[in-house]
Design a protein around this ligand. Structure first.
Ligand code: ATP
Ligand code: MG
Ligand code: FE
Length: 339
């Protein structure tokens, strides 16, 4: 079946079309330029932009795939978590398409969709897999027996999300928002061992993370040098900060693989686009005999294909469609795959 996926949890209006595990179209309209000057996403601006972008983005996805509305067999939409007003636009549109086309509706979890999307690139996800989900609002280690029906949380951040730490440190370094890609780029000309930044919860025996101490340490380091009139070695700070984040993420992910005797690790979410995270994860997986799966960067950050991919998975698993009265749930827990 051909599934239309609709993603509006943050600033991207993402529309995806998939058939089974085959990606047919992945079209994105972003309102990021409108938010950049505020240094963060402004919810009201995002909602309005989704409203304006929805119909044209659906139409351009159909055109790209060479499909018509009548070819769509089901509609999947992000029902949460995310910005309430932004989610509402997507959920309302999805209900309208579902009703208008006479096809089933699937309300799905945005975070589970970040995990499911990898199947479009690397095929069926081994059951079980360990998933490291690292994005702008979340950082979690998950045991995934079956992404369509069972996601277990092993641990998560106790303060900032990994992406949030990237964005805040970028701001301290005077890099544009969202800062993750800028730190990634800047770090390539710096040294990850130049400055010894703290690694929170490194050896605490849990699968939780903490990034706020690291973020504060970087800010203090930069402030002290600035006050002394020194030039900030931006590339070295970026690389050393990035190394601290990816060291902890990969270390705990492999500890989880060992603890649960799972041989497949998936990394998903916007921070999974990070080049150093990908490289270090590969190195440590190779050493541990674990197979690593990371989708290409364009599928890591928010998009509609990931939502369609999870919808497709729910259909294959024979899960009942959602009713037309499903709410948008801004704090939908990761363990609730669909609503
Ligand atoms: P969530 O999925 O938790 O609701 P979100 O949807 O806003 O949050 P994503 O789009 O999945 O988040 O990810 C965006 C985050 O990923 C931002 O914090 C951004 O800085 C970060 N990011 C994107 N590319 C990179 C990169 N190359 N290196 C590090 N971080 C990155
Ligand atoms: Mg985003
Ligand atoms: Fe996301």
């Amino acid at each position: 079946p051909i599934v239309l996926g609709i993603e509006t949890s943050c600033d991207e209006t993402g529309i995806g079309l998939v058939r089974g595990h085959t990606l047919l179209a992945n079209t994105i309209a972003s309102s990021m330029e409108e938010h950049a000057r505020f240094g963060g996403v402004v919810p009201e601006v995002a909602s309005r932009a989704h409203l304006e972008a929805m119909a044209p983005t659906v139409e351009s996805a159909l055109a790209k795939a060479g499909l018509r509305f009548s070819d769509i067999d089901a509609v999947a939409v992000t029902a949460g978590p995310g910005l309430a007003g932004a989610l509402l636009v997507g959920v309302a549109a999805a209900k309208a398409y579902s009703l208008g086309l006479g096809v089933p509706l699937y309300g799905v979890n945005h975070l589970a969709a970040h995990v499911a999307v990898d199947q479009l690139e690397h095929g069926p996800l081994p059951k079980p897999s360990i998933a490291l989900l690292v994005s702008g609002g979340h950082s979690s280690l998950l045991l995934v027996p079956d992404v369509a029906q069972d996601v277990i949380s092993l641990g998560s951040t106790v303060d900032d999300a990994a992406g949030e730490a990237f964005d805040k440190v970028a701001r301290v370094l005077g890099l544009p928002f969202p800062g993750g890609p800028h730190i990634d780029r800047s770090a390539t000309s710096g040294s990850g061992t130049a400055i010894a930044f703290p690694r929170g919860k490194y050896d605490d025996g849990t699968f939780d993370f903490s990034f706020s101490g690291l973020k504060t340490a970087v800010a203090r380091w930069v402030e002290a040098r600035t006050a002394a009139g020194e030039t900030i070695p931006v590339a070295d700070v970026a690389a050393s900060f990035q190394e601290a984040v990816v060291d902890v993420l990969t270390r705990k992910a492999l500890q989880a693989c060992r603890r649960y005797d799972v041989k497949d690790l998936l990394i998903g979410g916007g921070v999974a686009a990070n080049s150093r995270l990908r490289a270090l994860a590969q190195e440590r997986c190779d050493a541990a005999g674990v197979r690593l799966r990371v989708p290409r960067p364009g599928l890591c950050t928010d998009n509609g294909a990931m939502v369609a991919a999870l919808g497709s998975e729910l259909i294959a698993a024979g899960i009942q469609p959602s009713t037309l009265d499903i709410p948008a749930d801004s704090s939908l827990p990761i363990t609730t795959v669909n609503v």
